[in-house]
Design a protein around this ligand. Structure first.
Ligand code: FE2
Length: 383
């Protein structure tokens, strides 16, 4: 890497509490943050899976006066946040526990924001410089993930679909980072194999794209490499046996590490994946799995050495083309479909998808610059 003047910021501030069964000791962390009346934010699926009641019981038996809000959609919409903020106010809450996958965790952060400002999400939109409008004194948030993919528990951003525009909007501020993440692998045991595979591939893609992203972040690089090694070893195990708590725990770590690493940046794969989810309803992790081999082949000429590092960690050879084969092999071994055509995407949709992918910011960190036509070529190669 060439030497150049300028400043880079490296930051790893989250308190992370890891261990099986720990979610039931959540009250200790809540008390440490001076919460007396926490609001637990989750979604109906988490409640139905029986994960909410033990959490409420543990808070109550520790003397905390808690309430639950389980009205978060699969992808949070503005109305969910308004409803959650109303629940927060009516309970007289003094802190939030987010329990679930990326959506409830994002919603928890956004309800914290909404509890201190009435500004519209258009005004708060990160792309419009909205970060400066988010007050510093947000209520404390504890993140308790029940999936292993997004890593939202260690992230400072949240995504909400804004009613007036219908757009998925990123809200970002350093103070949106949860004060504590509690990683309890027992909470992931009920996740079905297909969701385990897709979310696990998202975690892998975060690590891979972060390692290949432009920019100088040696610590993120190191975390990403260990995350890749962890996924390669453990994702096939948890897909084969969802009750393997040790492997579930390793995947929770990998998902968290992926999100810590991608503060460095992501890449073209995430730009391709986002329109596949918003326009074709493809699961985010699956969308990454479908596109990452083509993106890898595309990037190889720019960063061959880093592609070979990933290949070796995935059990592949250290030669051109081997990383693509290793990714395809991993995908097949965990039962994910191979190509876009296998998940119902139509060939005549690809041009419109490329028009959206070029407007997505993630590819700006890709090690090889992408034009709209090159992104279309990557969709075609993944088709
Ligand atoms: Fe992702």
């Amino acid at each position: 890497m060439e030497y150049s003047r300028g400043m880079t910021i490296w930051s790893f501030p989250t308190r992370i509490v890891y261990g099986a069964g720990l979610a039931l000791n959540l009250a200790d962390e809540a008390t440490r943050l001076a919460m007396k009346r926490p609001l637990v934010v989750t979604d109906p699926g988490v409640a139905k899976a029986g994960l909410l009641d033990p959490v409420l019981d543990s808070l109550t038996s520790a003397g905390l006066d808690c309430a639950a809000f389980d009205g978060v959609d699969g992808n949070p919409v503005e109305a969910n946040i308004a409803d959650g903020a109303a629940a927060y106010a009516s309970h007289g809450a003094d802190g939030i526990v987010g329990l679930g996958g990326g959506s409830p965790l994002d919603a928890a952060k956004l309800i914290a924001v909404r509890s201190v400002t009435d500004r519209s999400f258009e005004e708060l939109d990160d792309a419009a410089g909205g970060s400066e409008h988010i007050p510093a004194d947000l209520p404390p948030v504890i993140a308790v993930p029940t999936t292993s993919g997004t890593g939202s528990e260690v992230g400072r951003a949240a995504v909400v679909t804004v009613a007036s525009t219908g757009r998925k909007t990123v809200i970002f501020a350093p103070q949106m980072l949860p004060q504590v993440a509690i990683l309890d692998p027992e909470l992931c045991v009920s996740m079905p194999a297909r969701v385990t595979a897709a979310t696990g591939f998202d975690a892998l893609t975060h690590c891979v794209e972060a390692y290949w992203a432009k920019g100088d972040h040696p610590m993120a690089d190191a975390i990403a490499l260990e995350g890749i090694r962890t996924v390669a070893t453990n994702l096939p195990k948890v897909v084969a046996d969802g009750s393997n708590i040790a492997a579930r725990g390793m995947m929770m770590k990998a998902a968290m590490m992926g999100a810590v690493a991608f503060q460095k940046g992501l890449g073209a794969c995430h730009s391709l994946a986002h329109p596949l989810s918003s326009d074709c309803g493809v699961h985010h992790g699956l969308a990454n799995a479908l596109c990452l081999p083509a993106v890898t082949a595309f990037n190889e000429s720019a960063i061959l050495e880093r592609v070979l590092h990933v290949s070796l960690l995935l059990g592949g050879a250290a030669k051109p083309g081997a990383c693509v084969e290793a990714l395809r092999g991993l995908k097949q071994s965990i039962g994910l479909p191979a190509r876009l055509r296998d998940v119902g995407v139509k060939e005549d949709q690809l041009a419109a998808l490329a028009d959206k992918a070029i407007d997505d910011a993630c590819h700006q960190d890709n090690p090889r610059t992408c034009s709209r036509d090159e992104l279309l070529g990557l969709y075609r190669a993944s088709y």
